[in-house]
Design a protein around this ligand. Structure first.
Ligand code: FCB
Length: 459
């Protein structure tokens, strides 16, 4: 029997990127400086990345040809304020042209104000832990927000703030590579303040959204679905506790803080933060994987190396991340139950172990779970696939390929080559629906492995 999972009318379909990962030559940033020290696992540096900074018309045209209705991109603070207090008008004009180009092609804009990367001067003066960090951030926002205001449909203040907190300051895998719980706590509180301030400033400085509706601002949260690894016995009991702690530390503490306006455990003592309570018009949700909490001697070193244990029979991606589509449904439900605000999926995707088969299985099975969440009453408004093209994957360099468009970084021409998953996405968007025909043709068998109720009913 055939089935058809229809998405709500006007659903936002697009891809997501971050400036540093695609633009190239973000030379005044802290990541650039860190990369020059040979820190990236595959020995690369971001370099020219995808040269999106210059090739954006070609990329936007490709998105439009594939029927995308929106795009998530970021501004690079380091480009716009390369030295403290010195703002680069030419770079800003360049960004304005990029945004105008998207709009002219009928693509809506989701704009990230900070996706981890900092101007090097800011990082060198203590980063988010400096006493004056917030004033510096405010000065930048006061300059930039009004200038881009009429081009932005969705504002993301911060991308995955828990990554700089935990990966940068607790496990030392990203710059500034600290293993310092006190520093992690400081950065957590500073980023809550930075988010609350940005949220308030966007509302104060922007009149209306381009479609005439109210301004829409939020942050993008990295949510994992966390479960104990063992299925029974004392180990399960222990790992259930561990799973709770992991989820609290990795994303729930942040969400609880935003919901209540008070710093949640273990990052604070419930002290109030100005303007924080309820500072989101929508929830931006990034979902990639399930994490199986496991008690073992090498848990910490595994996490540092990005290696998570997966139960038998569960696929992992090139990142070592578990493919677990039902976790996406649970993450969407949980986000909805916490905030009762519209949800935009601001990232979801797969660094495929092969050219594109795993990626297509991943996408089809995750779209079905998103549909299941919508059916269950979650107000999901849009989906931004990570990522448009193969790009600079932070410490993993160019080796991990998340793109529905392939880019060979050793190719001087950096040719864009749409993969079959780009065609799969085009077909989904064209009908605003996932059908059994599309699923079977692109990802044979995957819906039998990960069925959702509507497909079972149809059978
Ligand atoms: C997310 C990041 C994004 C990209 C994907 C794979 O955590 O926000 O920049 O690296 O993971």
């Amino acid at each position: 029997m055939s089935w058809r999972l229809e998405f709500p009318e006007g659903f936002w379909w697009g891809t997501a990127t971050a400036g540093h990962q695609v633009e190239g030559n973000n030379v005044h940033s802290n990541w650039w400086a860190w990369e020059q020290e040979g820190k990236v696992n595959d020995g690369t540096t971001s370099g020219r990345a995808c040269d999106y900074y210059n090739r954006y018309p070609e990329d936007h045209a490709l998105m439009a040809r594939h029927g995308h209705t929106g795009f998530r991109l970021g501004l690079e603070w380091a480009r716009l304020e390369p030295q403290e207090g010195v703002f680069d008008e030419v770079a800003l004009e360049h960004y304005l042209a990029m945004l105008a180009d998207l709009r002219a092609r009928g693509l809506k804009v989701c704009l990230t104000l900070n996706h981890w990367v900092l101007p090097n001067w800011f990082a060198e003066r203590g980063g988010w832990r400096a006493r004056t960090a917030l004033a510096r951030w405010e000065r930048y926002l006061r300059w930039v927000i009004p200038r881009v205001a009429d081009q932005v449909d969705l504002w993301i203040t911060l991308n995955e703030p828990m990554v700089p907190v935990l990966v940068g300051h607790l496990i030392g895998y990203h710059p500034p590579c600290l293993v310092d719980p006190l520093a992690a706590g400081q950065v957590f509180r500073a980023l809550l303040r930075a988010h609350a301030l940005a949220y308030r400033m966007i509302h104060a400085l922007v009149g209306r959204a381009p479609d005439g509706g109210p301004v829409q601002a939020g942050y993008a949260s990295a949510v994992q679905y966390v479960e104990p690894l063992a299925e029974r016995g004392w180990q399960r009991k222990l790992e259930t506790v561990l799973a709770k702690v992991f989820a609290q530390v990795s994303y729930k503490a942040w969400e609880e803080s935003v919901a209540t306006g008070r710093v949640a455990l273990p990052f604070g003592r419930r002290q109030r933060i100005k303007d924080l309570e309820g500072s989101l018009d929508f929830l931006g949700l990034n979902y990639y994987m399930r994490v199986s909490a496991t008690v073992s001697l090498n848990t910490l070193s595994n996490v540092q190396a990005g290696q998570f244990t997966a139960p038998p029979g569960i696929e992992t991606t090139a990142m070592g991340w578990q493919v677990y589509p039902p976790g996406f449904f649970h993450a969407l439900r949980e986000g909805w139950e916490r905030f009762h605000k519209p949800i935009y999926v601001t990232e979801n995707g797969c660094a495929s172990v092969d050219e594109d088969d795993q990626r297509r299985r991943y996408l089809v099975s995750h779209w079905a779970q998103m549909h299941r969440a919508i059916e269950s009453g979650v107000d999901v408004r849009g989906y931004m696939l990570w990522s448009f093209m193969d790009n600079f994957e932070w410490r993993e360099g160019f080796e991990k390929q998340f793109g529905i468009v392939a880019v060979d970084h050793s190719d001087p021409a950096l040719t864009r080559r749409p993969r079959q998953s780009a065609e799969l996405y085009r077909e989904l968007i064209a009908g605003n629906a996932l059908t059994s025909e599309i699923a079977e043709r692109h990802a044979p068998g995957v819906m039998k492995r990960w069925p959702v109720p509507a497909t079972l009913r149809a059978r």
